[in-house]
Design a protein around this ligand. Structure first.
Ligand code: ADP
Length: 422
């Protein structure tokens, strides 16, 4: 029944009463009686609806006309809502049951940062206690400053890894995703074992490199003496001796790079933090390049006075690797430009060449150890394939990132982007 039909009924009823009243000589009194009856009836219906709404799971009371339709619709709506709520509760329960058995810690946090639920693994990994900590603010309970900064920072594009000091340090990896209306889901994993394995691998590489250095120095020393001595020996074995000497020299460079890389990677890197004057560093580098590559145009554009908090030797090795590459991978007379400037909140060192360039398919892999664009390129230039891996680690250790732009046959620009501009 439509609203118009209901209003029509009321009008019709009132008109009938007025007519009857008119027949007996009391039309106005009859109208007043009719309206009083309508109001009383509606009030009674409202009362029944109100009573029914206190327990809406029961079917609605029987009535008639527009009230019937209104109640039927309300009841349907109610049922649908209840169904949806049940389904949602079912899904949350299912998720919680699945998370409960996981070895990774899982914590559900509401939009205000209060804990809604967590599994048993989260209890031991984050030190939470059930049920007392439910409803508490997560950052008040997890004391690690790195964690709080990450959680409150809101940028969860990368996972966070942090360590808890102790007799046997624990390394945790945290990932956060958003769900629902501002709620967050935290996954915490104990990665101590893989961190330990990675450390063993690094130590192994560093130890092997170190052990190989002494015998190699002896071999390379003798070879250089043979090559330099002339006489009958060099007449007969000149070419192989020179080749052996060259390869021994390459191996020495390789070991030097490997040792340097493991030093940069090691967690106990010397805390040689100082305010590094990049202007002075780049001028020193240009002098070194002028000595190694006389006549090669190397332009220096210094537009920044900012200093970088870090390790001078590491920063020098990073920019030096980029500059050597720029020279190695471009024609003899082509210029190389080194820039130092600030942009927004970043300080940038840029090394630009107009050399052979790099196809874009190689760019994402360039910083992997021993990755080369092609072997012929490498044997011609005598590189070790570790240079860019060193650069990447140095810049990451200084809180920055490496950006590579390159186009084959046009040239390349390698940029070290550090936080903290003007
Ligand atoms: P390498 O010792 O071989 O130079 P790197 O790690 O420094 O090792 O560089 C990796 C590879 O990236 C190089 O082998 C080279 O193919 C490519 N590359 C690096 N810098 C440049 C550049 N400026 N122009 C062209 N190719 C480059």
């Amino acid at each position: 029944m439509t609203w118009f039909a209901a209003a029509g009924r009321v009008l019709l009823f009132s008109a009938l009463c007025v007519f009857l009243g008119w027949l007996y000589g009391y039309p106005l009194q009859a109208l007043a009686l009719a309206l009083a009856y309508v109001v009383a009836f509606w009030l009674y219906q409202i009362h029944r609806v109100q009573r029914w709404l206190q327990d809406p799971d029961r079917p609605p009371p029987d009535t008639f006309g527009i009230w019937n339709e209104l109640l039927a619709r309300l009841y349907l709506h109610q049922r649908k809502n209840a169904e949806a709520r049940k389904q949602l509760q079912g899904s949350v329960k299912y998720l919680q049951d699945s998370f409960a058995s996981m070895r990774d810690g899982v914590v559900m946090v509401d939009a205000q940062g209060a804990i809604k639920w967590f599994n048993q693994a989260a209890e031991s990994l984050l030190g939470l206690r059930y049920p007392g900590d439910t409803g508490q603010t997560l950052t008040n309970l997890v004391r690690a400053p790195e964690f709080n900064e990450y959680f409150l920072g809101g940028d969860y594009s990368r996972p966070l890894q942090y360590s808890l000091a102790g007799e046997r340090p624990i390394h945790l990896r945290v990932e956060i995703t958003h769900f629902g209306e501002g709620e967050r889901l935290l996954f915490v994993r104990d990665v101590s074992e893989s961190v330990r394995m990675e450390q063993i691998r690094r130590d192994f590489v560093a130890n092997v490199s170190h052990e190989l250095r002494t015998p190699l120095t002896v071999i390379s020393g003798y070879l250089s003496t043979f090559v330099a001595s002339g006489g009958e020996l060099t007449e007969r074995y000149g070419k192989p001796l020179r080749q052996m000497s060259q390869q021994a020299e390459r191996m020495e460079t390789l070991l030097k790079d490997l040792l340097w890389l493991s030093r940069i990677e090691s967690e106990q890197r010397a805390e040689a933090q100082e305010q590094v004057d990049m202007t002075g560093l780049l001028q020193e580098l240009r002098e070194e390049l002028a000595g190694t590559y006389p006549g090669r145009p190397v332009e220096l554009e210094l537009d920044c006075t900012q200093k970088i908090l870090g390790d001078y030797r590491e920063l020098y090795s990073a920019v030096s690797n980029l500059a050597h590459n720029a020279i190695k991978y471009s024609p003899d007379d082509s210029p190389v430009t080194i820039r130092w400037y600030s942009k927004g909140d970043k300080c940038i060192v840029e090394v630009e060449d107009r050399g052979i360039g790099i196809d874009s398919v190689h760019i994402p892999r360039l910083t992997e150890r021993f990755y080369r664009v092609d072997d012929s390129r490498n044997s011609a230039t005598g590189g070790t394939g570790l240079g860019l891996a060193i650069v990447k680690h140095v810049v990451a250790a200084h809180g920055g990132e490496l950006r590579i732009d390159s186009e084959p046959s046009v040239g390349s620009t390698f940029a070290l982007i550090f936080p903290g501009g003007d």
